[in-house]
Write a protein that binds this ligand. Structure first.
Ligand code: XMP
Length: 524
């Protein structure tokens, strides 16, 4: 991206690889992940100024265990680009330089105390000579590789870090990227700033300028761009950025599929038009969507219907823009993020489809637009930061994620106007209670679910037979795993009482205490 010094992270399959990338970026350096078996040519294309080898689940002597890219060490030796191996990455270095890696007699897992040797380069930045680090490995270095010294050892004497400062090669058996490692960030900073000699030059202000310049270069003066807004943070930030670059040659569409939350359409349109001064064509397609969903209970069928209908509505919107500007817009903005790019890049394992996710921006491949993806190098928190630079209001940036198929996947069973209405009201009460009690920002996602169940209740002196709704609130860092949020009973009592009093047709409220896995965040 731009002219920033690039740090290449070679991925050997560790659950922490993305975390290394993020830590490097937090220090102000641009970093990219490549698969551990990337070709040398691919690595050289990025002109890296430093290389980090990630951890991984394998043992270096396993048959078929991932190895360093052919020619990497020769390239490193000739170019003097500093190299840091983390965990499995360090073990690869040990083996390559003639040391010995063996199964550890006792696995080191969790917090461990290490002692840094005096006078080493990498640990020079850390004032403490003994500190806690996070270990997670089954193999250990038994025999030092040639030309290296042990720069740290654990309490048992096991080798915790190695270096060959003259050759610019370093290794850490522990994980500097996890927060449990004290001084982890200082070690990474020392590697990048002192050892690689790089000045931090990556921040969202510079990303913003670069992206605007890039879009101006790519989109010709008579060309137009179309963007589907979902009401979520990513498409909003992407559209605002593109609007900065090309002004009213950006045409935004917001499709109301009738599956939105309470007053969602009004809120989104107000945000775009009043706060961000971004004109939006708001299309009310709720009748079409709801009639196609009529009587459908199967979750995957619901998703497919919604996806197909979106394409149809979007195509009509594009044709309508074409009539007013004289031709179809040439470009489509998508809010693709870096984790999506990593997941779908060659060399990364694809997981089986649990749900066919439907992102409004990702749909109309048939229309053959050229893509503008200004967020494809960024993580979610970086997108929020970029949004702040663009003046997107904080309350909007902190909004919980909302799925493309909307309330359709939060109504179990068929989607009807009555069920939608009840769900909207319950959801609104729940979210307002979270805001009032200042819990909203502590939670990744909170919402209500309409259940196809009626239960007996009593209100006043009469028997009722009304609907049951479920509440869901989870904490998560990326939506891949999640824990249910442990509300105080007092809070749950307040929400339940308000829902039953304020929403006609509901007499019972249950709270979902399932984590992901084994459940998913949404119910469908
Ligand atoms: P699950 O339910 O799979 O959800 O645990 C993980 C995250 O993804 C969101 N989600 C979706 N987002 N289109 C989207 O844009 C979808 O079809 C979709 N399904 C789930 C969900 O809200 C959670 O944040």
């Amino acid at each position: 991206m731009g002219t920033h010094a690039t740090i290449v992270i070679l991925d050997y399959g560790s659950q922490y690889t993305q975390l290394i990338t993020r830590r490097v970026r937090e220090l102000g350096y641009f970093s990219r992940i490549l698969p551990g078996d990337a070709t040398l040519a691919r690595i050289q294309e990025l002109s890296p100024r430093a290389i980090v080898l990630s951890g991984g689940p394998s043992s270096v002597y396993d048959p078929g265990a991932p190895a360093l890219p052919a020619g990497l060490l020769e390239y490193q030796r000739d170019s003097k680009i500093p190299l840091l191996g983390v965990c499995y990455g360090m073990q690869l270095v040990v083996r390559e330089f003639g040391g010995q890696v063996k199964k550890a007699e006792s696995r080191e897992y969790g917090r461990m105390l290490i002692h840094a040797s005096p006078g080493t380069r990498l640990f020079g930045a850390v004032p403490a000579k003994s500190f806690e680090v996070w270990m997670s490995h089954g193999d250990e270095t038994r025999q030092m590789p040639e030309g290296f010294v042990a720069s740290a050892r654990s309490a048992s004497g096991a080798i915790a870090a190695i270096e060959n400062a003259g050759a610019g090669i370093y290794g850490l058996q522990f994980h500097p990227e996890v927060t449990h490692t004290s001084h982890g960030k200082e070690l990474l900073r020392q590697f990048l700033s002192e050892i690689a000699g790089l000045a931090p030059d990556w921040n969202m202000g510079s990303v913003l300028e670069e992206q605007i310049a890039k879009i101006k270069r790519e989109v010709g003066p008579d060309q137009h761009v179309i963007c589907a807004l979902s009401g979520g943070v990513d498409s909003a930030v992407a559209a605002t950025l593109v609007h900065r670059a090309i002004g009213d040659r950006l045409h935004c569409v917001f499709v109301d599929h009738g599956l939105l939350r309470y007053r969602e359409r009004e809120r989104v349109v107000e945000l775009f038009e009043t706060k961000l001064h971004l004109p939006v064509e708001c299309i009310d397609a709720s009748r079409e969507f709801l009639s196609r969903l009529d009587g459908i209970s199967d979750p995957e069928k619901k998703r497919q219907i919604i996806g197909a209908e979106f394409i149809a509505v979007f195509e009509r919107a594009a044709q309508s823009f074409a009539r007013s500007i004289g031709h179809l817009p040439e470009f489509l903005v998508q809010g693709t993020l870096y984790p999506d790019v990593i997941e779908s890049s060659p060399g990364h394992k694809h997981s089986m489809t649990i749900k066919s996710h439907h992102n409004v921006g990702g749909l109309p491949k048939e229309l053959r637009f050229k893509l503008i993806e200004p967020l494809r190098e960024l993580f979610k928190d970086e997108v929020r930061d970029l949004g702040r630079h663009l003046g997107v209001p904080e309350a909007f940036l902190k909004r919980h994620p909302f799925p493309g198929p909307g309330l359709a996947v939060r109504i179990i069973g068929p989607v009807t106007p009555t069920h939608l209405e009840i769900l909207r009201q319950v959801d609104e009460v729940f979210i307002n209670c979270l805001l009032e009690d200042e819990l909203y920002d502590r939670i990744w996602q909170a919402f209500a679910v309409f259940l196809p169940v009626k239960s007996v209740g009593v209100q006043g002196d009469g028997r009722t037979h009304d609907h049951v709704v479920a509440l869901r609130a989870v904490t998560s860092s990326d939506g891949m795993t999640a824990d249910w949020y442990p509300f105080e009973p007092r809070f749950l009592a307040k929400v339940s009482s308000r829902i039953c009093n304020e929403v006609k047709g509901v007499s019972r409220v249950v709270y979902d205490i399932s984590s992901k896995p084994p459940a998913t965040i949404e119910w469908e």
